[in-house]
Design a protein around this ligand. Structure first.
Ligand code: SF4
Length: 387
């Protein structure tokens, strides 16, 4: 297929595909799926070999958020019966993090619900970062605390945060459909503040919220322009009790096509398979390892994931290996010269979008509510974490 040959060549050269090419990946048929996975797999192996980085989520503060992100079980008015608790003490957060590290996680992601932290919250998280770093040599810590105010990114960096996560989630054009309490530009600004403070930026998307192919391509190109070091790809977990509970729009095949498209647009960036992989990829999860070079181990913030030991077995069975702390995730060239080159390439490719008609994927009746289960163990409970 000419398209795939072109995309492999571009991926190996770190060249940005056109929007038309990215849309064409999403439009491939199920008959072409293994060819698409094989092509994107070549790009993945060029920059990341067969390594899989493991990340572990610790929800520091769960539920009761004043924001109205419609995909989120922690949102204002959510009826989802999730765990609700206020800030974990640093020692408790550190214990939860240690379980993930013992399970093979290289990065711990400290997440808190809310619009953004107060300065007191930043102090609290700074203590937690110190506790985790003292007790887990070499671990990377990423903070995810919402929108940042002036000076907070610098304080988190000074406290030892290696990275900051804030997702763009969906295209700028549709952002107002999923959230009314903040906008796309607020999110972009927080990612830029994290970068300016010297933290590694992590920013990704959520697929399956009813967006068009053009929206998906738009958000991935917007991410590429921001040039984060890692891009988590979430697939919507349609929680009962949230406005998007009925959005079951993904098949395992579509989820793979989305991951392949992200890999082609972000060839040498850490692409992380995030929430919803068990729900939407199901038995095709191992194929996704040919596309992404990073996954979350165990449970998510408010939902339960596959058992951590099954994650490890899946990686080994598929012929991949867990990335150790002695290996740097990103290829050498990205450690030296990230920003400008990628941003320039993104500018060069901007012209193609107008020619492409938006295609809204046909909704699937492939609902698997049995795979959506609220987290009842780990942080905020007396039960051991899944790691
Ligand atoms: S700000 Fe974060 S925690 Fe709050 S509703 Fe949005 S995604 Fe959920």
């Amino acid at each position: 297929m000419d398209l795939l040959n072109t995309l492999v060549d571009k991926g190996l050269r770190r060249e940005l595909p056109t929007r038309e090419e990215a849309l064409a990946v999403l439009a491939t048929s199920d008959d072409e799926l293994l060819d698409v996975v094989a092509a994107a797999g070549k790009v993945r192996r060029q920059w990341f070999g067969r390594r899989v980085k493991l990340n572990y989520l610790v929800n520091l503060k769960s539920g009761l958020c004043p924001e109205d992100c419609s995909y989120c079980s922690q949102r204002l008015g959510s009826k989802a019966e999730i765990l609700k608790y206020t800030w974990l003490k640093p020692d408790d957060a550190s214990k939860a993090a240690a379980a993930g590290v013992a399970g093979g996680a290289k990065r711990v992601c400290l997440v808190a619900s809310g619009r953004g932290p107060t300065d007191k919250d930043v102090d609290r998280v700074s203590e937690t970062i110190s506790a985790i770093k003292e007790q887990n040599e070499g671990v990377e810590v990423c903070a995810c605390l919402g929108l940042l105010s002036d000076g907070q990114a610098g304080r988190l960096r000074a406290a030892g945060a290696d990275a900051y996560n804030h997702n763009l989630n969906t295209s700028e054009a549709t952002y107002g459909d999923i959230c009314t309490t903040h906008d796309f530009s607020d999110r972009v600004s927080t990612v830029q503040q994290a970068q300016a403070a010297g933290m590694s930026a992590c920013s990704g998307l959520i697929a399956g919220m009813g967006e068009s192919d053009a929206d998906l391509v738009d958000v991935v190109f917007a991410l590429r322009e921001l040039d984060p070091d890692s891009v988590p790809v979430n697939f919507l977990i349609p929680f009962e009790g949230t406005p998007l509970a009925k959005e079951w729009n993904l098949t395992p095949q579509r989820a793979l096509r989305i991951l392949a498209m992200v890999r082609f647009v972000c060839p040498d960036i850490e692409v992380r398979l995030a929430g919803g992989r068990e729900v939407h990829l199901r038995s095709l999860q191992p194929l996704a390892l040919h596309l992404v070079n990073s996954i979350f181990l165990g449970d998510y913030l408010t939902s339960e994931g596959q058992a951590g030991k099954d994650d490890l077995a899946m990686i080994a069975d598929a012929g991949f290996e867990v990335e150790g702390t002695d290996t740097t995730t990103l290829p050498e060239h990205r450690r030296q010269d990230c920003g400008a080159a990628a941003a320039d390439e993104a500018d060069d490719a901007d012209g193609d979008s107008e020619e492409i008609a938006a295609t809204v994927p046909a909704p699937s009746d492939d609902t698997r509510r049995d795979l959506v289960s609220v987290r009842r163990r780990g942080a905020g409970t007396d039960l051991p974490p899944n790691a």
